[in-house]
Design a protein around this ligand. Structure first.
Ligand code: BDR
Ligand code: CA
Length: 311
């Protein structure tokens, strides 16, 4: 039986690659892609999702448009990293099809409720859609197999000393998700910063047909944000980690820990606080990725590109 997936994302250069990785899994049934603002405005992230799915040969996958703002306040745009339209200056043919009538959080809830099987949620943007779905329709919790998400960090931040962009963009939604009692696999910056793709590997990927060329463009544009920093020798393709884990869990070292999100700190609102040494006694609510097999991850990306080339 095919594994059922809902993919919530804000494409997004690294979301684009994560989507490629997911679409290449022939034993997955991707029920829909739901979009969220974050890396760009919701209009762009939604159009990018439509265009990417069409480019990957899956224009049949439903797309539901999500929230333009977090539960509280407003999103800080990631356009300085991903370009004003979300995928730098990569030009894809414009997909003309319709999006779903329901808003993303309603679509997620309705799809879960209608399913006789449990569904895996991959979340690679701010958690607004997923948090709203859980908060408004708690009956869906029994239908969620797991949420594999890119967000947060054990220590280091990218939009503040200790805050990661997705969790910082919607701390309330993050709080709802981590307190829902559902199984969570968390891929934070602590592990995505280790799981980099080196420039020579981008060159190898670029040689792998039209999908390799697109994947390499995403990696190279994304890497522009990191290449001048002394501690990055390759591109941290954050979002693909949350997908790779579902394909090959042994690529990651996971530990069951307590994670809370800071909702109030004046310097740390949106920080995920991971009790790595289990000193608080708080409940273990997330499987947190602590290490990865970088070479195995890169091989998986190459395999996915080749798989799409052969389709
Ligand atoms: C996360 O924020 C976004 O910029 C990326 O797409 C990724 O999901 C990394 O902090
Ligand atoms: Ca993302």
């Amino acid at each position: 039986m095919k594994r059922k997936i809902i993919f919530d994302c804000d494409p997004g250069l690294d979301d684009a690659l994560a989507l490629l990785l997911a679409v290449a899994q022939r034993d997955w049934d991707i029920l829909g892609v739901t979009t969220i603002a974050g890396n760009s405005l919701i209009e762009y992230t939604t159009q990018n999702a439509l265009d990417l799915l069409a480019y990957y040969g899956r224009p049949d996958i439903p797309v539901a448009k999500g929230s333009s703002n977090p539960i509280l306040g407003r999103f800080a745009s990631g356009s300085h990293v991903h370009g004003s339209k979300g995928i730098a200056n990569i030009e894809l043919p414009k997909a003309k099809r319709e999006i779903e009538k329901l808003r993303a959080h309603e679509w997620i809830a309705q799809t879960l409720m209608a399913s006789t099987e449990k569904i895996m949620i991959i979340a690679t943007g701010p958690l607004t859609n997923v948090g709203m779905a859980i908060s408004l329709y708690p009956e869906i919790l029994d239908k969620i197999e797991m949420i594999s998400l890119m967000g947060g960090s054990v220590h280091v931040g990218n939009v503040g000393a200790v805050m990661e962009a997705n969790t910082k963009n919607d701390p309330e939604a993050t709080h709802i998700v981590f307190n829902a009692g559902v199984k969570i696999a968390m891929f934070g910056l602590n592990v995505t910063y280790q799981t980099v793709i080196y420039p020579y590997e981008m060159d190898e990927i670029a040689q792998l047909g039209k999908f390799g060329a697109l994947a390499a463009d995403c990696l190279r544009y994304h890497f522009k944000n990191y290449q001048d920093l002394p501690y990055f020798e390759g591109d941290p393709s954050h979002d693909s980690c949350a997908v790779a884990y579902l394909i090959q869990p042994e690529l990651f070292t996971m530990e069951n820990l307590n994670v809370v999100v800071d909702l109030s700190g004046s310097y740390s609102r949106g920080q995920t606080i991971v009790d790595q040494h289990r000193v608080t006694g708080r409940p273990l609510n997330a499987w947190v990725a602590l290490a990865s097999n970088r070479e195995g991850f890169v091989a998986l990306i190459k395999d996915a590109v080749q798989c799409l080339n052969q389709a």
